[in-house]
Design a protein around this ligand. Structure first.
Ligand SMILES: Cc1cc2nc3c(=O)[nH]c(=O)nc-3n(C[C@H](O)[C@H](O)[C@H](O)COP(=O)(O)OP(=O)(O)OC[C@H]3O[C@@H](n4cnc5c(N)ncnc54)[C@H](O)[C@@H]3O)c2cc1C
Length: 329
C-alpha cells in the first residue's frame, strides 16, 4: 500500500462517472470504485430508465448506466488511460483518515492510500411494504407506472388516475403540486396503514382539490406485472382505489456511512454538509451527487457537483506544484 494516489472516486453513478471523467481529463491519476453488483442494485443509477428531462438522452433505455459505460470505455482506451485505475465491480468497505491521506479498503480487503476522496455513494428511495414485502412494487417501478422523482417523471401522470403513497406532509405537497400542474382526473393518497401527518394548510388544499386520503394498509396491487400496467390498489377491508400510475413519497435512505466514519458532518436527514466546492469539514473529503446536502437530486446537479469537486482538487494539486516550480526558480 505504499503508493499514494492523488484522487479516489467512490461510486459509479451519475456523480461518480462525471467525477472520474473530469479528474482523468484534468490529468490527475485516479482510483475509481464504481461499487459491487450489490451496491449498484441498491442505488438509483440502476433504477433510472428513460431520461426525458435532459437533452440527448431519449434513446437510452438505461439513462444513467448506458452513457456512463460509453464514457468509461472511452477513458479506458484513450490517451489518459495510464491515469485511470478502474476497479471494475469493486466497492469500498471502509475509509479511514490519516494525517495526510485516506486509507481506502475495497470490497475484497485490499487497501490503498489516497490524498483526496470524492464520495458519490448516493441514496435510494424507500419502497412501500405490501404484506411486509417490497417485492410487489418493483415490477411497476421497472415499467415506470410507479415513479419516485417529481422533476424526472412528474409529467408521466398527465391525464391519468393517480395514487400517491406516503403519509408525511411532503406526500401531501406532492399530490397538491401534481394536481396544480396536471389536473388529474383523480388523485388519492394512500398512507398504507400509517397516520397522515398533514398540516392544516395542506389539509385545506387537499379538500379543495378533492384529493382523498386513505389510511388503510395496501393488501394488493392490481395490474399486470409483466407489462407493468397498473390498475389500482386493494386496501384493507376491501376498499378499491383506481390508479393508472402511482408516485412513491416515502423518503430516502442516504448512503453516508463512509463519510460518517471519517467524521464528516451530516444534516438532520443524513445528507453530507459541504462548502460550495463540495469539500466537507474533513480536509480532502469531497461529496458529489445525491449524497450532498442542499442539492437538487438530479443527474445534471450530480454532474455539476462532481466537476466542482474534481476541479477544486486539481486547483490544489496545481497550486502545490506551482509553489515547487517557484521555489526552484
Ligand atoms: C426512478 C428514478 C428515476 C430518475 N430519473 C431521473 C431523470 O430522468 N433525470 C434526472 O436528472 N434524475 C433522475 N433521477 C435522479 C438520479 O437518479 C439521481 O439524481 C442520480 O443518480 C444521482 O447520482 P449519484 O451519483 O449521486 O447516485 P447514483 O447514480 O445512485 O450512484 C450511486 C453509486 O454509488 C455506488 N456505491 C454505493 N455504495 C458504494 C460503496 N460502498 N463503494 C463503492 N460504490 C458505492 C453505487 O454502485 C452507484 O454506482 C431518478 C431517480 C430515480 C429513483
Amino acid at each position: 500500500m505504499s503508493k499514494k494516489y492523488p484522487i479516489c472516486v467512490i461510486g459509479g453513478g451519475s456523480a461518480g462517472v462525471m467525477a472520474v471523467l473530469r479528474t482523468v481529463l484534468n490529468n490527475d491519476e485516479t482510483l475509481f470504485f464504481p461499487g459491487t453488483k450489490r451496491d449498484r442494485k441498491r442505488s438509483r443509477e440502476k433504477w433510472v430508465k428513460k431520461v426525458e428531462n435532459m437533452p440527448g438522452h431519449l434513446e437510452y433505455t438505461r439513462g444513467i448506466q448506458e452513457p456512463n459505460l460509453e464514457s468509461l470505455n472511452w477513458l479506458e482506451q484513450g490517451v489518459f488511460k495510464e491515469k485511470f485505475h478502474w476497479k471494475k465491480d469493486l466497492g469500498v468497505n471502509s475509509l479511514e483518515k490519516h494525517q495526510d491521506y485516506f486509507e481506502v479498503t475495497d470490497s475484497e480487503g485490499q487497501t490503498y492510500k489516497c490524498e483526496s476522496v470524492i464520495l458519490c455513494t448516493g441514496v435510494t428511495d424507500v419502497q412501500p411494504h405490501i404484506q411486509e414485502s417490497i417485492r410487489d412494487i418493483l415490477p411497476f417501478a421497472n415499467k415506470q407506472t410507479a415513479d419516485y422523482c417529481l422533476r424526472c417523471d412528474g409529467h408521466h401522470v398527465y391525464g391519468k388516475e393517480l395514487a400517491i403513497i406516503g403519509e408525511s406532509n411532503s406526500t401531501a405537497w406532492v399530490a397538491i403540486m401534481l394536481y396544480e400542474r396536471y389536473k388529474n382526473p383523480s388523485i388519492n393518497i394512500i398512507t398504507n396503514g400509517k397516520k397522515s401527518e398533514f398540516s392544516e394548510e395542506t389539509r385545506k388544499l387537499l379538500k379543495a382539490y378533492k384529493i382523498e386520503t386513505h389510511e388503510e394498509e395496501i393488501m394488493q396491487i392490481l395490474g399486470d406485472v409483466r407489462s407493468g400496467s397498473l390498475d389500482g390498489f386493494v386496501l384493507a377491508e376491501g376498499k378499491n382505489i383506481s390508479a393508472e400510475i402511482c408516485f412513491i413519497s416515502l423518503g430516502m435512505i442516504v448512503y453516508n456511512e463512509l463519510a460518517i466514519a471519517v467524521g464528516a458532518e451530516v444534516d438532520q436527514r443524513g445528507f453530507v454538509l459541504t462548502n460550495s466546492k463540495g469539500e466537507t469539514n474533513v480536509k480532502g473529503l469531497y461529496i458529489a451527487g445525491d449524497l450532498r446536502a442542499n442539492l437538487k437530486k438530479q443527474i445534471y446537479t450530480a454532474w455539476d457537483s462532481a466537476v466542482d469537486a474534481a476541479d477544486d482538487i486539481n486547483a490544489k494539486i496545481r497550486r502545490e506544484n506551482r509553489k515547487k516550480v517557484l521555489e526552484l526558480n
